[in-house]
Write a protein that binds this ligand. Structure first.
Ligand code: C2O
Ligand code: CU
Length: 486
């Protein structure tokens, strides 16, 4: 999944020529340039996979591979994905982070009926805005079974002064079925029943239809035994090759179902340039935390020849196995140097980020409407709730086009919840930064007992899913729908 800028430009021109268009369309009143369409054919099917180490097992895949094929387009092009379902159950694809038209959003029973076995569905949307995204199934535990992949939108005119770029997809695996459904070891129900407070009080409203349709109740998080990068685990993880003096860009994507990574590159400082695809004021850090559903673009200057590891801190679940070697060309050292995680390191947080561009319009207005959302784990219950509700028996958050909407999260559980809103970017409210510099994101980790507010502009009509991106929390009820009232 390495692509140099030159290679991509070549491919883009090649595709335009193949489509019978001039590579640089002439603008005239008579001949309007046609928009290039990038078409991909995805077969969703079970397939035998191997992550380069460990056993063969059956995962659910797009085109037989994990992760799925990289979708890469230029801003303004049309992305068309023809999905054919060879799975034994219905499926959908969600374009995580891209503000697509509602009908293309891929949420079963909210924006479309699941695509049933043998059926075909065509997704089509404009590649906009430029940034790092991902796509994944939005049905049950299919994400954890392997149905996800990277989606990269290049700026229409090349920006950025980097020499080399890598896309790194971070994945948590049970090397048996992915993690979704097998009768496998599950993590103890940590943090459950500790919610209690305001919304929870051990009483759940609307309980009964949440979780699995089978009536077995939702699954607990599995114990993962493989932490993969681009579908490879452990010693099979593909090293990053760099040359001295280069500026290297990494697109870090986390479609993991239940793993937050704290990453550090030994011997180098990371410079964060984009959060969830949106440009921020470049910020140096030693440790980068990336939650489920989040994406970060970082850069580093290859100014320290040697052999290094970009690795994750171990939180007690084996995440420390995630180790990506960084090799300087022409240098081979036997031992790669791994990062250490100790006190005193820079640890960038949302509160340190400022958006690169200031949005003046944002400074002048105040929210028209606000909702508070208490995140909680049910007492003595496998369900996870928002304001005490278990999806689908959940609240509907009404909004009107043009409104500025505030959502105030209050996490009353002992687990972090990466909250994700479909169809929109939102501002993360940060009192220590001028409003016009609040960052845009689409997924925000709300830590245990923390309060975080977000605000979004209601500019994309439809019914939009809003949920925790821990797949096991989402399936256990921690979801609702933002609905445009006409
Ligand atoms: Cu990746 Cu509903 O989201
Ligand atoms: Cu959660």
């Amino acid at each position: 999944m390495k692509v140099t800028r030159r290679q991509f430009l070549k491919t883009a021109v090649g595709a335009a020529v193949a489509a019978g268009m001039p590579a640089f369309p002439l603008r005239s009143a008579l001949a309007q340039p046609k928009t290039a369409v990038r078409e991909f054919r995805f077969s969703a099917s079970p397939a035998r996979v191997n992550l380069g180490a460990g056993p063969d097992f059956i995962a659910w895949t797009y085109n037989g591979q994990v992760p799925g094929p990289e979708i890469r387009a230029r801003e303004g092009e049309i992305i068309r994905v023809v999905l054919k379902n060879f799975l034994p159950e219905g499926t959908t694809i969600h374009w995580h982070g891209v503000p697509v038209p509602n009908a293309m959003d891929g949420v079963p029973n909210v924006t479309q009926k699941p695509v049933m076995p043998g059926e075909t569905f065509v997704y089509e949307f404009e590649a906009r805005p430029a940034g790092s995204y991902m796509y994944h199934s939005h049905v049950h535990y299919q994400l954890d079974q392997g149905l996800y992949g990277p989606l990269i939108i290049e700026p229409s005119s090349p920006k950025g002064a980097y020499d080399r770029e890598y896309t790194l997809v971070l994945e948590d695996w049970v090397m048996r079925d992915g993690g979704g459904v097998a009768d496998t070891q599950r993590r103890p129900a940590m943090g459950m029943g500790m919610g209690g407070g305001m919304g929870g009080r051990g009483m759940m409203r609307g309980r009964g239809r949440g979780g699995l349709e089978s009536g077995n109740g939702p699954l607990l998080e599995p114990v993962y035994d493989g932490y993969a990068v681009n579908g490879r685990v452990g010693p099979a993880i593909q090293p990053l090759e760099v040359s001295k003096g280069e500026r290297v860009k990494l697109r870090l994507l986390n479609p993991s179902s239940a793993t937050i990574y704290d990453l550090r590159l030994a011997g180098h400082t990371l410079i964060i340039t984009h959060a969830d695809g949106r440009p921020i004021k470049p910020l140096k850090t030693d440790i980068l935390r990336i939650g489920m559903g989040e994406r970060y673009d970082v850069e580093f200057l290859a100014d320290n020849p040697g052999t290094w590891i970009l690795g994750a801190a171990d939180q007690g679940f084996g995440e420390g196995q995630l180790r990506i070697p960084v090799h300087y060309k022409g240098i081979r050292e036997k031992e790669a140097e791994a990062p250490t995680f100790h006190r005193g390191l820079r640890f960038a947080s949302y509160w340190d980020f400022q958006s690169l561009r200031s949005s003046e319009a944002w400074a002048s207005k105040a929210a028209n409407r606000s909702y508070s959302q208490t995140l909680s784990g049910g007492m003595h219950s496998p369900y996870w709730t928002i304001n005490g509700y278990v999806y689908p028996d959940a609240e509907r958050l009404g909004v009107r086009t043009g409104e500025r909407v505030r959502i105030g999260y209050w996490n009353q559980s002992m687990m972090p919840h990466p909250m994700h809103l479909h169809g929109h970017f939102f501002k993360v409210v940060n009192p220590s930064v001028p409003q016009e510099r609040w960052i845009l994101k689409d997924t925000v980790i709300v830590d245990p007992m923390q309060r975080i507010d977000i605000e979004f502009l209601a500019d994309n009509p439809g019914n939009w899913f809003h949920h925790c991106h821990n797949l096991y929390h989402m399936e256990a009820g921690m979801a609702n729908v933002v609905m445009y009232e006409s």
